[in-house]
Design a protein around this ligand. Structure first.
Ligand SMILES: [Zn+2]
Length: 83
């Protein structure tokens, strides 16, 4: 069973991992035992996901496929890609 989290109430979460599938985007979030599904304001949960590496800090940037709503979350425990 998964918990849905709305993008508007997701600010400040720390993402430990993510996976995208037919059901939507699932995030492993610090402090949550189970994965949560990220739901947009428009009710959809399909996101364009990008990991951004900048100055040793990793963040996860998401954009809704349907309405273009964006969000950015901090990430933790992600290894930088090896050259
Ligand atoms: Zn949307």
């Amino acid at each position: 069973m998964n918990r849905d989290v709305r993008i508007d109430s997701a600010s400040g979460i720390i993402v430990l991992g993510w996976k995208s599938g037919a059901e939507g985007l699932f995030l492993r979030v610090r402090g949550h035992a189970e994965d949560v599904r990220l739901v947009c304001r428009c009710g959809r949960s399909h996101w364009l996901v990008r990991e951004q590496f900048s100055g040793g800090i990793v963040s996860l940037s998401v954009t809704c496929h349907s309405c273009g709503t964006r969000g950015t979350f901090g990430m933790e425990g992600v290894k930088l890609p090896t050259p």
